[in-house]
Design a protein around this ligand. Structure first.
Ligand SMILES: CC(C)(COP(=O)(O)OP(=O)(O)OC[C@H]1O[C@@H](n2cnc3c(N)ncnc32)[C@H](O)[C@@H]1OP(=O)(O)O)[C@@H](O)C(=O)NCCC(=O)NCCS
Length: 402
């Protein structure tokens, strides 16, 4: 059976959402919950796979933006809600939706698309490359004492649901700063990441306030059970959002989380790889951390994306980009300190669009990808130059789960 791929109409959205929920083995929202869940979708940005009139696959995106090296903010589709009905799997529905979605996003002016992958093996074939890495940090509260002299910056206070949903979206753009990889949080993001979680059950939200009462940091967390034979060991907390305007604010947020009584372990998902918490504690062994994949990035408009970011100090290289799905992207680009533009010159390196996604925010060095056979090198002398051109000062980090 072949499927039809098209944008989901407003009156089909609930059925499309049910497909996604069931794909994740969750019960679809009931009538009471649907008004909140419906706010997680932006009109016209959900693509469906249809068998006749029945929606059997769904993939949505939010209109957001992403900070790229140099500080420019570029239109970006935040892809989420991807699912195909179990009885229609492995017949190409996802492939059809991904292709259609890329075209829709390109038409909407998105230069980039990003997603968090539940299965990392899936999205490379559509041109998504692993563009930022993250750390999941676990801290054993009982062993965690802040070193004397760690700077602090204000106070932490719980917010009510209504305060969280009004005050945090206002505060976030300032907290985002200029960090490469951070994204805009449109209203639907707050519906997904705060409103729905608060509605589903216990989700505690606290804001950090500076000495003038201005919000300059936020955390959102929920309790989780810790598996142990010892009945006295019970509760941990899982922190799903943790953003501070500066290091002193983040020190306070850590101090707050680690000071909550009757908590054995604090797990913070999605911290940047340069989070210095281990060095801020008296006992480094209080923490354990795992590197994890964070944002997968698909360059939708290669000329615009290459022109939007800045490059390091090195002589130019010519990079051939190969994009089997969006043919207009394929071509040679001259990339140097002054910027990037299409060229007819012979390439020094050939890069698939997936690998371009990996390089774009500076997380991977071209020489590393060449070393594992993911970039074709025509001129070895170009590699160190490419390393310097694509490098960034700080590791890119997204910090917004969606
Ligand atoms: C993952 C999912 C969306 C795939 O949908 P699908 O319609 O079966 O995918 P397709 O038939 O279009 O397959 C596309 C390709 O991906 C591969 N693929 C699909 N699911 C895969 C998985 N879980 N792991 C590895 N490869 C997978 C297929 O083998 C196929 O490969 P090919 O291009 O080499 O032939 C679907 O299985 C699903 O809903 N899973 C549960 C929800 C989920 O994981 N959502 C993703 C959230 S990020």
């Amino acid at each position: 059976m072949s499927f039809e791929y098209r944008v989901v109409k407003d009156d089909e959205l609930r059925a499309a959402d049910a497909v996604f929920h069931e794909a994740l083995h969750n019960e679809p929202p009931n009538d009471e919950k649907w008004p909140t869940v419906s706010r997680c979708y932006e009109p016209g940005r959900t693509v469906g796979a249809f068998a006749g009139d029945t929606v059997v696959g769904s993939a949505m995106s939010l209109a957001s933006d992403l900070t790229v090296p140099g500080g420019a903010v570029v239109p970006m589709a935040a892809v989420s809600g991807v699912g195909v009905r179990a009885d229609h799997r492995r017949r190409g529905a996802l492939t059809g939706m991904m292709r259609r979605q890329l075209k829709e996003c390109a038409a909407a002016g998105d230069v980039l698309a990003t997603l968090h992958a539940s299965e990392p093996m899936i999205y490379g074939r559509y041109g998504y490359g692993l563009a930022t890495l993250t750390r999941i940090i676990r801290v054993r509260s009982a062993r965690a004492t802040m070193r004397p002299g760690v700077p602090t910056a204000g106070t932490v206070r719980f917010l009510t649901r209504d305060e969280a949903l009004t005050l945090l979206p206002q505060a976030y753009p300032r907290l985002r700063g200029e960090r490469v990889g951070m994204m805009g949080r449109p209203p639907a993001w707050w519906a997904i990441s705060y409103e729905s979680r608060m509605e589903r059950g216990y989700f505690r939200v606290a804001a950090h306030h500076d000495h003038d009462g201005r919000i300059d940091g936020m955390v959102g967390y929920r309790p989780v059970e810790i598996q142990s034979d010892d009945p006295r060991i019970g509760t941990g907390i899982a922190v799903l959002d943790f953003v501070g305007e500066n290091q002193a604010v983040e020190n306070d947020l850590w101090g707050f989380l680690l000071g909550i009584d009757l908590v054995e372990e604090v797990t913070v998902y999605a911290r940047p790889s340069d989070d210095p918490i281990g060095a801020a504690l008296t006992d480094f062994h209080a923490i354990r951390s795992d590197q994890d994949d964070d944002l997968w990035l698909r360059v939708i408009d290669v000329p615009a994306a290459l022109a939007a970011r800045t490059y390091g100090h090195a002589d130019a290289v010519v990079v051939e980009v190969v994009d089997p799905l969006l043919a207009g992207n394929s071509g040679n680009y001259l990339i140097g300190r002054a910027g990037a533009e299409p060229t007819t010159a012979k390439p020094d390196l050939t890069v698939g669009v997936e690998e371009l996604g990996m390089l774009y925010l500076g997380t991977w060095r071209p020489s590393s990808l060449a070393g594992i056979g993911r970039i074709t090198v025509h001129d070895q002398d170009a590699l160190p130059r490419a390393d310097r051109l694509f490098a960034t000062d700080r590791p890119a980090w997204c910090g917004s789960l969606f």
